[in-house]
Ligand binder design. Structure first.
Ligand code: NDP
Ligand code: GDR
Length: 354
């Protein structure tokens, strides 16, 4: 009888939105999955709790290690212990606005953190065994050079986060070329879902809609309503990450939907799911979103959420991923918004909290 060895994956950032979806996907494919989590004074494992099994049970395929991307010796030890076939580097200080407040830490974790992992593979002589996925981002495109944005579009980062991710992108390419490593970048456009971090704009909106609908909040304060994003569902995008590492040759791919929408449109659709229709009045910082039936102001602009440098328009061209990986997004924009609003409404009704 043929003995099929299961593949071993190591996911950094396993407690984040994408890490949790990816761990679930890889476990469903029979992988043994190791994740790196940070020590925290309160629980930070809510997104992966459903994947946990008691470590004393037989055949436990999901294992956690304490670690941090700023700690090289710890990363080397974990990679040595795990001997992964695939590393997915998803850990990052991932909030663009926060990166303006913590630029050095962001560079350390998002930029140098990637180098530390690549070096761990090299130091341990795993260049031919371990495939590497780097969570690159459409934020690399920053100031618009061309649309739609594709693999050959020049980068122009507009935040400390994007500048750190630019280093991570190129060091991944460099290790592929210098040492023949199977190291790839997924240049992913925004992807969301019900477990999206609460301070990203989509989740901030859907939580507010649920809180307003249940009488716990009266108004939503937002920043730039004109920004346009290519929003997909995280569940679809982790499938693309996996496909990237299954290719014979390492390469870099854009994953996107090929559609773009203003923040304003997301707000509008989200409120429509609870039967409210928004009319917009005023301009710039004076713009308001008003409930057309009651006349109540539901949305106001607060300049504190403006960024020192903004990314105005993201629209991706996923042709290469479709042709080479057979990947395309499945969840439409209206379905994404609906799923997020419904999930937040359910949570608030069950727990009393948004
Ligand atoms: P999240 O912010 O939800 O998750 C980030 C993860 O990284 C969390 O597990 C977090 O741990 C962990 N982390 C943060 N800093 C460190 C550190 N110093 N050492 C170890 N772990 C750390 O991000 P997403 O899941 O949305 O994104 C995953 C990756 O993809 C990120 O690298 C992000 O920059 C990138 N990306 C995301 C896109 C998106 O639209 N979601 C688009 C393109 C790229 P903790 O839970 O303890 O905070
Ligand atoms: P982004 O996501 O910066 O694209 O980075 P975010 O949801 O934070 O912002 C999207 C756009 O909405 C505008 N905006 C607001 N944003 C936030 N967070 N809060 C507000 O109140 C608000 N009002 C308007 C922003 O100015 C921006 O234009 C995400 C992250 O997941 C990155 O890690 C990832 O690399 C990129 O997506 C692709």
């Amino acid at each position: 009888m043929e003995h099929v060895l299961t593949k071993v994956a190591l996911i950094t950032g396993v407690t984040g939105q994408d890490g949790a979806y990816l761990a679930e996907l890889l476990l469903s494919k029979g992988y043994t999955v190791h994740g790196i989590k940070r020590r925290s004074s309160s629980f930070n494992t809510e997104r992966i709790e459903h994947l946990y099994r008691d470590i004393h049970e037989a055949d436990v395929r999901f294992k956690m290690h304490y670690g941090d991307l700023t700690d090289a010796t710890n990363l080397i030890r974990i990679v040595q212990e795990v001997q992964p076939d695939e590393i997915y580097n998803l850990a990052a200080q991932s909030h663009v606005q926060v990166s303006f407040e913590t630029p050095e830490y962001t560079a350390n974790s998002d930029g140098l953190g990637t180098l530390r992992l690549l070096e761990a593979i090299r130091i341990l002589g795993l260049e031919k065994k371990t495939r590497f996925y780097q969570a690159s981002t459409s934020e690399l495109y920053g100031k618009v050079q061309e649309t739609p944005q594709k693999e050959t579009t020049p980068f122009y980062p507009r935040s400390p986060y994007a500048a750190a991710k630019l280093y991570a992108y190129w060091i991944t390419v460099n290790y592929r070329e210098a040492y023949g490593m199977h190291a790839s970048n997924g240049i992913l456009f925004n992807h969301e879902g019900p477990t999206r971090g609460e301070t990203f704009v989509t989740r901030k909106i859907t939580r507010a809609v649920a809180a307003i609908e249940t009488g716990q909040q009266s108004k939503l304060y937002l920043g730039n309503l004109d920004a346009k994003r290519d929003w997909g569902h995280a569940r679809d995008y982790v499938e693309g990450m996996w496909r990237i590492l299954q290719q014979d040759q390492a390469d870099d791919y854009v994953l996107a939907t090929g559609e773009t929408h203003e923040v304003r449109e997301f707000v509008q659709l989200a409120f429509e799911h609870v039967g409210r229709s928004i009319v917009w009045e005023g301009e710039g910082v004076n713009e308001k979103g008003i409930d057309s039936r009651t006349g109540t102001v539901l949305v106001e602009v607060d300049p504190r959420y403006f960024r020192p440098t903004e990314v105005d328009l993201l629209l991706g061209d996923p042709t290469k991923a479709r042709e080479k990986l057979g990947w395309h997004h499945r969840t439409t924009f209206p379905d994404l918004v609906r799923e997020m609003v419904e999930s937040d409404l359910k949570r608030i009704r069950e727990t009393g909290r948004a």
